[in-house]
Design a protein around this ligand. Structure first.
Ligand code: NAD
Length: 350
């Protein structure tokens, strides 16, 4: 076990015995409960980059779980791929190695799927540890989290509209969904059903057919972020808002699913100066986390829906508090998470 950097509780790094791959698990906080966070299988330039990613993402998970009121902490795992990535057999080896690392933390960290891993991989991990969620339905899992992530984002968009326009009604509002993948597609369908005037975009022009089905206007991906509309909903990769387009955005609200939507956190201030309402991504996109955490808590579908719908109230609160305190919604969201963390009963020393 390496000494954990400031602010994190634990950092485990090891070379997998079977796979020979470097892997790391960062536990940022277990103050509110066990640290839940996905296992990312990715090519990093160095093991150090992989460890940095795990540390950064673990911290973000603490804030996400705290803001969603889930009674969970924040952690993240990474498996650093080498060369062309593992063939089927060595992929299994890497997952079993990772599973043993998870098991060694005795439940302080719970893993799940993330970039580069899926439900079938979690099934392999479950052969060596029970501290895993996001399993296939046949093994007690709840299936694809994307529809619930989309549902939460729609609630967040409505909350932003309520804050900005005094009404959560989406009828006739122009919303541009950037990225028609798992979440973007579900979100676009929901928005279309709610009467929004849809603009959609993807780097994959094959998604154009979906635009036609939804009666949406297709926008070139180069220009999508600068569409003239009420709401831009980034649902592709991170850094959708960068230093260049932050000056040029022609929307009034930025609210979507993409993680790390701001290329730099200081852009939250720039959006505030430009009077563009920004919904912090770690609150707006928490539906997927709520969905997988239901496996742990045994929540039924109705309870999950209620929790996901409460994302709208959380966004309303964060925006109102930000306005009152003349701070950005990002700072206000962090404050909310910090208050929940500091209100948690102290863990007795053993
Ligand atoms: P996905 O891979 O299914 O979809 C991403 C889509 O974005 C793809 O169709 C891709 O072609 C498109 N895309 C990539 N770059 C683009 C660009 N520059 N312009 C337009 N389109 C582009 O991913 P997903 O599961 O839908 O997740 C979307 C985002 O939401 C990610 O940032 C993810 O981290 C975040 N998120 C997802 C979930 C979930 O439940 N899936 C939960 C929380 C956060």
């Amino acid at each position: 076990m390496m000494p954990a950097p400031n602010g994190h509780e634990e950092l485990l790094t090891r070379r997998g015995e079977r796979s020979g791959l470097q892997m790391a698990i960062a536990v940022h906080s277990t103050v509110l409960g066990p640290a839940l966070g996905g296992c990312r299988m990715w090519h990093y330039r160095s093991t150090g980059d992989g460890i940095d990613d795990a540390l950064r993402l673990a911290r973000a998970m603490t804030y996400k779980a705290a803001a969603a009121g889930l009674g969970l902490g924040g952690g993240k795992g990474v498996i650093c791929l080498a060369g062309a990535g593992p063939a089927a057999e060595s992929r299994r080896d890497a997952l079993l190695d990772f599973a043993e690392a998870v098991e060694s933390l005795q439940g302080r960290y719970i893993t799940a799927e993330d970039v580069g891993t899926g439900a079938e991989d979690m099934a392999v991990i479950s052969e060596r540890t029970s501290h895993v969620v996001g399993l296939p339905p046949g093994l007690g899992g709840r299936g694809d989290p994307s529809p619930l992530t989309a549902r939460g984002v729609e609630r967040a968009i409505r909350a932003c509209c309520s804050h900005r326009f005094g009404s959560a009604d989406l009828h006739g509002l122009r919303v541009c969904v950037v990225g028609l993948g798992h979440v973007g597609t579900a979100l676009a369908r929901g928005l279309a059903a709610s009467g929004a005037e849809l603009l959609v975009s993807d780097i994959d022009s094959g998604r154009r057919r979906l635009a036609e089905q939804l009666g949406a206007r297709w926008v070139d991906s180069e220009a999508a972020m600068l569409s003239r509309c009420e709401v831009i909903a980034p649902c592709a990769l991170g850094s959708a808002v960068d230093e260049v387009n932050a000056e040029l955005l022609r929307c009034q609200i930025v609210c979507g699913a993409a993680n790390n939507m701001l290329a730099d956190e200081s852009l939250a201030e720039r959006l505030r100066e430009r009077e563009i309402v920004y919904a912090p991504d770690f609150i707006a996109n928490a539906g997927g986390l709520i969905h997988v955490s239901a496996e742990l808590h045994g929540h039924d579908a109705a309870r999950v829906d209620d929790l996901v719908d409460s994302i709208g109230e959380t966004i309303e609160r964060v925006l109102a508090e930000a306005e009152l305190a003349s701070m950005t919604p990002l700072e206000s969201a962090r404050e909310l998470a910090r208050r929940r963390l500091s209100a948690a009963p102290a863990v007795p020393a053993t």
